[in-house]
Design a protein around this ligand. Structure first.
Ligand code: NDP
Length: 454
């Protein structure tokens, strides 16, 4: 690292000492963009790193609500408006007991570069609450969402900040949040994405993150003259991203042998085919059940409570649950068992040791901010349709998603090749981490310089 990056990293550590995930995300970006910073002194002269690692605005608020028995509860709500250099803040809302400011800052920071990679005009933001929707009735979730939006509505808008879903925030929550925004503001606008189809949502938005991640994997494999057809795949998670990723892998002829939730994973050597993944969609989205029920419903399936699926031999791995779900040892196990590709559906699912293991083994590694950008890209398409008061067909949206993922891959690939020597890749290996970070950074940093010290 140069003197400049070392100085900024030290400052970030000192100022955010209690936010390990945020420090991890910043370190990953800063170390990989070093060649660009060395080549262009304007970024240091304009203190771009110091500015880009500090959110433009952070909002923290009280969310009081009552349960079905009339008891009062208080949760904490957040919105981190990180960077608006290239468009309105855009990023999901996460409802999960593990949510804190550091987690949302890491997610908001990643979102800046991801949104830049999509080529659409979207800045970076993230928000959420430590509220846990699991085990709550629909009425309780509605009252919570209404209370959350009562405060959040002051800070967002279709040209200011456009939240979407994330862990624990699906179609049901977006509906309640949108309803309260509309009631308080008396405006029907595209202020949230992930809306239902019959009131402003976009076809393919629910599918987009999972489908897009598979398209990205296909693009990586194509550089080797290969494809996902016939590949044995290990997937974690069983929520929105995992469900549609498994659907698309099946459509393209791959075999998926695991899915999971926070209690454990299921291993189905016969493959989680289309019929079975649609059963999982009903289990998780309608009955709100647990993945262990899959092992009772289908023969030959094993359930591993309290474990993650990374010891199962595979050709390709798709982490789609949460951050830091693959550590260095688990990455090494994947590689030892023959895994040749990792494409990240979740945000920052691999820790820094795990990333180093992939890079040392020179496997195809699609980092989250490139591989899962299909979700936010399609949110951008939903915003465009809302502004035009038009609905595009699913074929149109899927074709645009397909092209966007191809462009993101090309952008990351080209930047990785351009800076290959400086990032230590002299044998034709594509370091997509460096490529994605550099491509995402340059556009935002140049916009910040153009717009002056704001
Ligand atoms: P969902 O809430 O729909 O599903 C999350 C899945 O991950 C569930 O199976 C959940 O299990 C599991 N999970 C959550 N937390 C943990 C944990 N701490 N340990 C183990 N398993 C866990 O969320 P999404 O599918 O939307 O999001 C999954 C990931 O993808 C997240 O990292 C998110 O940030 C990222 N992402 C999502 C996008 C989207 O469009 N939805 C866009 C880009 C990235 P359980 O049911 O037990 O909670």
């Amino acid at each position: 690292m140069s003197d400049y990056t070392t100085k900024v990293m030290d400052q970030v550590r000192a100022k955010n000492a209690h936010e390990p995930e945020f420090i991890q995300a910043v370190q990953e970006v800063i170390t990989t963009i070093a060649p660009v910073l060395d080549a262009h002194k304007k970024y240091e002269d304009n203190c771009i790193l110091e500015r880009i690692t500090e959110p433009e605005r952070t909002i923290i608020f009280r969310v009081p609500w009552t349960d079905d028995k009339g008891n009062i509860h208080v949760n904490r709500g957040y919105r981190v408006e990180f960077n608006s250099a290239i468009g309105p803040y855009k990023g999901g809302l996460r409802f999960h007991p593990s949510v804190n400011l550091g987690i949302l800052k890491f997610l908001g920071f990643e979102q800046i570069f991801k949104n830049s990679l999509t080529t659409l005009a979207m800045g970076g933001g993230k928000g959420g609450s430590d509220f846990d929707p699991k085990g709550k009735s629909d009425r309780e979730v509605m009252r919570f969402c209404q209370s959350f939006m009562t405060e959040l509505q002051r800070h967002i808008g279709p040209d200011t900040d456009v939240p979407a879903g994330d862990i624990g925030v699906g179609g049901r929550e977006i509906g309640y949040l949108f309803g309260q925004y509309k009631r308080l503001r008396n405006e029907f606008t595209g202020v949230l994405t992930g809306k239902a189809l019959h009131w402003g949502g976009s076809l393919i938005r629910p599918e987009a993150t999972g489908y897009g991640c598979v398209y990205f994997a296909q693009n990586m494999l194509a550089t080797k003259g290969d494809s996902v057809e016939g590949k044995v795949c290990v997937v974690s998670g069983s929520g929105n991203v995992a469900q549609f990723l498994v659907e698309k892998l099946n459509q393209l002829g791959a075999k998926v042998v695991t899915m999971s939730d926070s209690d454990g994973y299921v291993y189905d050597p016969a493959g989680i085919d289309l019929e079975k993944v649609h059963w999982i969609m009903e289990l998780k989205n309608v009955r709100r059940g647990r993945i262990r029920e899959y092992a009772d419903a289908f023969p030959g399936v094993q359930y591993f409570p309290g474990q993650r699926p990374w010891s199962v031999p595979c050709d390709c791995a798709f982490p789609c649950a949460t951050q830091n779900e693959i550590n260095g040892a688990e990455a090494a196990t994947l590689i030892k068992n023959g895994c040749k590709l990792v494409a990240e559906g979740a945000n920052m699912p691999t820790d820094l040791d795990g990333i180093n293991a992939y890079l040392e083994a020179k496997i195809l590694y699609g980092p989250a901010k490139a591989a899962n950008a299909g979700g936010v890209a399609t949110s951008g398409l939903e915003m465009a349709q809302n502004s035009q008061r038009l609905n595009w067909t699913s074929e149109e949206v899927d074709a645009k998603l397909f092209d966007i993922m191809k462009n993101i891959h090309e952008n990351a690939y080209t930047h990785a090749q351009e800076f290959a020597a400086a990032t230590g890749s002299t044998d034709g290996f594509t370091n997509y981490v460096a490529g994605a970070n550099i491509a995402g950074f340059v556009k935002v940093a140049d916009a910040m310089i153009d717009q002056g010290l704001v």
